[in-house]
Design a protein around this ligand. Structure first.
Ligand SMILES: [Zn+2]
Length: 550
């Protein structure tokens, strides 16, 4: 077979990296053709590929260099890392690029086009980076059809006031800043990207992420143990905007505990606790303002434009920093105004302080919504101010005095060391374990060792989900005279009600363990293939539970 692009690997002629792909070196970013690689080998079989002649369609990218340079020249505001990469492509001179491949899968070259040029296109498919960005357009066309307004997609792709923004990683800059725009220019009538705020790479605990080696943080795993907003906040804080950055669990814990819990969460909690305790859960009136009050109001009035401006310029890290600075200032305001002492010495000033702190809570909840959307909704519920909040509402729309507040709650609980250590160990294990595909050879055991495992038939008498766990079910099983509880990771494959009455096979002499705080006395057997899981059972339904398996 023809080995297109990434099916050929070898040593990069530019930096010496040994696992460079046939289209690009991931280490130094250089664009390559398979014939440039040293020590070429097939990514499938490791065999040495042989050069063979074929015919391809080309995108005449070189013809578009001048037009592309002029257009990029109108965007000095783009990020320097993006412009730098584009300039180096221009300096090398753009080369025409093959947009077909000889592959057994992919989108075939349309027959009518092949016919029009009198060429045989059988077996040829479109190169992924030729048709993938066109897919952005097709997707909106399909969406418009489903909405019953077939022409609606044109209002996005063919109207001058559209802001087309590609959020991508640095390895895709060339496709979104040169190849796709050249295709759009060639066709005409389409808007070009307004910005491509590409990020650099994010590493994990000092190493490159690798999904195949399970060296990654999987979102569904993460969500079983932590809050979504904590991850959103930390990722926005360390975003590799201009250089590669690193996610570490210790840093995650520190930012969650020291910033979200101690600054942001603490200010909101102390404000609400105070209002509940001393102002009958109502917003107190705003009285005469002193300098400090005016400074807080001034900061709140300026915040929407400042923070919104940073988001508009894709400076998310700076936005997060300014947001936290505002929360920090709010805490300082609370401390400096000492409402706990003015409560007796100057009740009017105390009321003003608490009123302004509550307005600040509302402002923070709106201004942080882009990164903390779940928390914002919780705050709106606590403040009882509804969900229709607007970004710059502070000045026009303060919460009125007398407004009744809802019950306060802790927004961010501290993350303990143990929780983080478990995550770090999981990653270390993945690093040590090597590739998922390199399974160690099965070790042979003798019959005596096998006999140590007591397998028995059990009948499921009760099954129920375990709260907060997507994977686990709690089962009560009967083993002859005995009833036992086991926990099994089968919730994604079996509904509890379908399990009752089933005869299953369990390991009866497994040491008890606790899973999600629930005790498990045994383990059931199941077979899996292609992520589908099937419980092992017995062919004879009448076999009594407790029967031993030999
Ligand atoms: Zn390289």
């Amino acid at each position: 077979m023809f080995l297109a692009d990434r099916f050929v690997i070898g040593t990069c002629p530019s930096c010496g990296y040994e696992n460079a792909y046939g289209d690009q070196c991931e280490k130094c970013g250089k664009s390559l053709s398979p014939s440039e690689l040293i020590n070429r080998r097939s990514a499938i079989t490791n065999a040495t590929p042989v050069l063979k002649e074929t015919t391809h369609w080309y995108l005449p990218l070189a013809q578009f260099q001048k037009q592309l340079e002029e257009w990029i020249g109108t965007h000095p505001e783009w990020k320097p890392n993006v412009l730098g990469q584009i300039r180096s492509w221009f300096n090398e001179g753009l080369a025409d690029r093959a947009v077909t491949r000889d592959l057994p899968w992919g989108v075939p070259v349309p027959e009518d086009i092949a016919k029009k040029y009198g060429v045989d296109a059988s077996g040829k498919v479109l190169y992924v980076w030729f048709d993938a960005p066109i897919g952005y357009i097709s997707a909106t066309k399909e969406w418009a059809l489903k909405k019953g307004n077939p022409g609606l997609w044109k209002e996005y792709w063919q109207q001058k006031d559209t802001r087309l923004v590609h959020f991508i990683g640095k390895d895709n800059i060339v496709f979104h800043c040169l190849i796709f725009p050249a295709i759009l220019m060639a066709y005409g009538e389409y808007v070009l990207p307004e910005n491509v705020p590409a990020n650099e790479f994010l590493n994990l605990e000092g190493n490159k992420l690798s999904t195949s080696r399970n060296y990654a943080v999987w979102l569904d795993d993460y969500l079983q143990r932590f809050e979504p907003d904590s991850l959103r906040y930390v990722l926005a804080s360390i975003l590799p905007e201009n250089r590669d950055s690193d996610f570490s669990w210790k840093d995650f814990q520190a930012r969650h505990n020291n910033e979200l819990a101690d600054i942001y969460g603490n200010f909101i909690n102390r404000t609400l606790t105070f209002a509940h305790k001393y102002f009958e859960s109502k917003v107190p009136p705003l009285n005469e303002l002193n300098e400090l009050d005016k400074e807080l109001i001034d900061r709140l009035e300026r915040a929407p434009e400042r923070l919104g401006g940073l988001i508009d310029k894709y400076q998310f890290k700076a936005y997060v920093r300014e947001l936290m600075d505002l929360a920090r200032f709010a805490n300082k305001y609370f401390n400096d105004k000492e409402p706990w002492s003015t409560r007796k010495s100057d009740p009017e000033s105390c009321a003003t302080t608490v009123n302004l702190c509550l307005q600040t809570v509302a402002a923070l909840s709106v201004l942080s919504e882009p990164i903390l959307p779940f928390t914002s909704r919780r705050i709106w519920k606590i403040l009882q101010i509804g969900e229709q909040r607007v970004w710059d509402e502070f000045a026009q729309n303060r919460i009125p005095a007398g407004h009744v507040l809802g019950k306060a709650e802790i927004l961010f609980k501290k993350i303990e060391d143990e929780a983080i250590e478990t995550e770090i160990k999981r990653l270390q294990k993945a690093l040590e374990g090597g590739s998922r595909n390199e399974k160690p050879q099965d070790e042979l055991i003798d019959y005596e060792t096998f006999q140590k495992i007591k397998l028995r038939v059990a009948e499921v008498i009760k099954a129920e989900p375990i709260p907060k766990s997507k994977k686990l079910l709690k089962l009560q099983i009967r083993l002859g005279e005995e009833t036992r509880q086991i926990v099994a990771g089968i919730a994604e494959h079996y509904k509890p009600e379908h399990l009752v009455g089933k005869k299953i096979i369990v390991v009866a002499n497994l040491k008890p363990a606790k899973l999600f705080g629930t005790e498990s006395n045994g383990m059931l057997l199941a077979a899996s293939a292609d992520q589908k899981l099937t419980l092992l059972t017995v062919m004879d339904d009448d076999l009594p539970s407790g029967s031993e398996i030999h």
